[in-house]
Write a protein that binds this ligand. Structure first.
Ligand code: PLP
Length: 394
C-alpha cells in the first residue's frame, strides 16, 4: 500500500458543500418531511425518464413492495426472479404472502437469463404473475427478450433498477421501475428510492399506499387554507414509505451531478478493463454500452490460481482495499434454502459466479493514486499465487 493511503473504502458518497447547503436549507425552512422539495425531485425524474409518474419512497425495498402491491399481487402468487441479488428483491414477494420462484442467471454474466425464464415458466405450468429482473451492477438485462415474453404471457414486470440511475424510459415499457438512493448507489440520498412508471392504475394505488393508505398527502392537507383542510380518509391499511424533503434536497443536487459521476465511473471501469486485459487469472466484467458501472465485479479463473476467491479477497482487504462480494445468491441463504428446500446446485451459474467473484471499489471520488494501488495489488496478488503446474511438479 502506498504510504499516503491507509485504507480505500469499498464505497464513498460523492458529496460537496452543495448537498450540505441543500439539506440545511430544508431544515431552516421548517418543513422537513415530504413536501415541495420531494415534489420537485419527482418532477425532475418524471421529465428525465419521460414517464408519466415518478414517486419518491424511503428505499428501493419499499418501492419494490409498493410496486407488487400496486400491481395487485395476491397471497400465494408466484413471482419469478433471480437468486443473484440482494435479499430485498425477494423479501418483498414474501411481504405480499406470494412466493419467489428463482430462475438462474446467464451462462457467463450476472443477470437473469431470458432462456432460463422461459424454462422456469414452463416448469411452473405458466403460473407466474410477475417477473422481477435485476440489472446487476448496472448492466442491463436482455429486456428486449424478457418484455415480449412477459407481454405474450400476461405477466407484469417490476424492474429492480437499484444499480441504475434514472434514465429515459422506453416508449413501449409498461414495467414499474424501482431505483435506490442508498448510501452506495449511483446517486444517493443516504436512504431513499424512486418508482417510475407509465402504469396509471398501479401509480394511483402506490401513491395512496406509500402514505398510510390516506387519500391525501400531508403536504396537501397542511398547506390548504380551505374549510376542513385537516380532513382525510383512510382507504386501505397502507405503509409509511414516503421520502422526506431533507433527503430529496440532497437527491436534487446528486441528480444534477449524475451524468458527470457516470462518466467518472465509466472512465475508472475503462482503466480497470485495460489494466487487467493481460491477466489470465481474472475475468473482467461484461458490460453493455449503457451500463451505469455501479459495480465492477471481477471473476477469478480458478484453474490459473492456487488460492480461492476468499483467500484472494482477504489478501486485498489486508492490503487496505475495501472489497465486497455481489452476491451470495439467495438460494444459499438459510431462509430461502429452508423454506423452499433449495440446493446449491439448483442454480449452477449463480453458484459458480458467487464462488469466483468479488467487487472492486468504483466511485467518482476514487483518486488516480487509489486506482493505481488497487490495480497494482490485484495484479501482484494474482502473479504471486499463479498456478504454475510445472514449477510445482504437479
Ligand atoms: C439489487 C438490489 N435491490 C434492492 C436493493 C434495496 O435498496 P434499498 O437499500 O434502497 O432498499 C438493493 C440495495 O442494496 C440492491 O442492491
Amino acid at each position: 500500500m502506498n504510504q499516503n493511503i491507509n485504507f480505500i473504502p469499498f464505497a464513498r458518497p460523492s458529496f460537496s458543500k452543495e448537498e450540505e447547503e441543500a439539506a440545511a436549507n430544508v431544515i431552516k425552512s421548517s418543513w422537513i418531511t415530504t413536501g415541495a422539495v420531494t415534489a420537485e425531485f419527482e418532477k425532475k425524474i418524471t421529465e428525465l425518464a419521460q414517464a408519466r409518474y415518478a414517486m419518491g419512497v424511503n428505499s428501493a425495498t419499499s418501492g419494490l413492495h409498493l410496486a407488487l402491491e400496486g400491481l395487485g399481487i395476491q397471497r400465494g402468487d408466484s413471482i419469478l426472479t433471480t437468486p443473484y441479488t440482494f435479499t430485498s428483491t425477494a423479501e418483498v414477494i414474501r411481504y405480499m404472502g406470494a412466493h419467489p420462484v428463482f430462475s438462474d442467471i446467464e451462462e457467463d454474466g450476472f443477470n437473469i437469463s431470458p432462456e432460463q425464464i422461459e424454462k422456469t415458466f414452463q416448469t411452473n405450468s405458466g403460473k407466474i404473475s410477475a417477473i422481477i429482473p435485476v440489472h446487476v451492477g448496472g448492466n442491463l438485462c436482455e429486456m428486449e427478450k424478457i418484455r415480449p415474453f412477459a407481454k405474450n404471457n400476461n405477466i407484469s414486470i417490476v424492474e429492480d433498477c437499484a444499480h441504475l440511475q434514472p434514465e429515459p424510459l422506453l416508449e413501449d415499457n409498461e414495467s414499474i421501475l424501482v431505483y435506490s438512493f442508498y448510501a452506495t448507489k449511483c446517486i444517493t440520498t443516504g436512504e431513499g428510492g424512486m418508482i417510475v412508471t407509465n402504469n396509471d392504475k398501479a401509480a394511483k394505488r402506490i401513491k395512496t399506499m406509500r402514505f398510510h393508505g390516506i387519500d391525501r398527502e400531508a403536504w396537501d392537507r397542511y398547506r390548504s387554507k380551505t374549510t376542513n383542510s385537516w380532513e382525510y380518509d383512510v382507504v386501505a391499511p397502507g405503509f409509511k414509505y414516503n421520502l422526506p424533503d431533507i433527503l430529496s434536497a440532497i437527491g436534487l443536487v446528486q441528480l444534477d451531478k449524475a451524468d458527470e459521476m457516470l462518466q467518472k465511473r465509466r472512465q475508472i471501469a475503462k482503466t480497470y478493463d485495460e489494466s487487467f486485459s493481460d491477466c489470465d487469472f481474472i475475468k473482467i466484467p461484461p458490460a453493455n454500452e449503457k451500463s451505469s458501472r455501479h459495480l465492477y465485479i471481477l471473476r477469478i479463473v480458478p484453474e490459473k490460481l492456487s488460492i480461492t476467491r476468499d483467500e484472494f479477497v482477504n489478501i486485498l482487504m489486508d492490503s487496505g482495499i475495501g472489497i465486497s462480494v455481489h452476491y451470495k445468491p439467495l438460494h444459499l441463504m438459510s431462509y430461502y434454502k429452508n423454506k423452499y428446500g433449495l440446493k446449491p446446485e439448483d442454480y449452477p451459474n449463480s453458484l459458480e459466479r458467487f464462488q469466483q467473484s468479488f467487487s472492486l471499489p468504483i466511485y467518482p471520488d476514487l483518486t488516480e493514486e487509489e486506482i493505481s494501488v488497487i490495480i497494482r495489488t490485484v495484479k501482484m496478488t494474482g502473479e504471486k499465487f499463479r498456478r504454475f503446474p510445472d514449477a510445482r511438479g504437479i
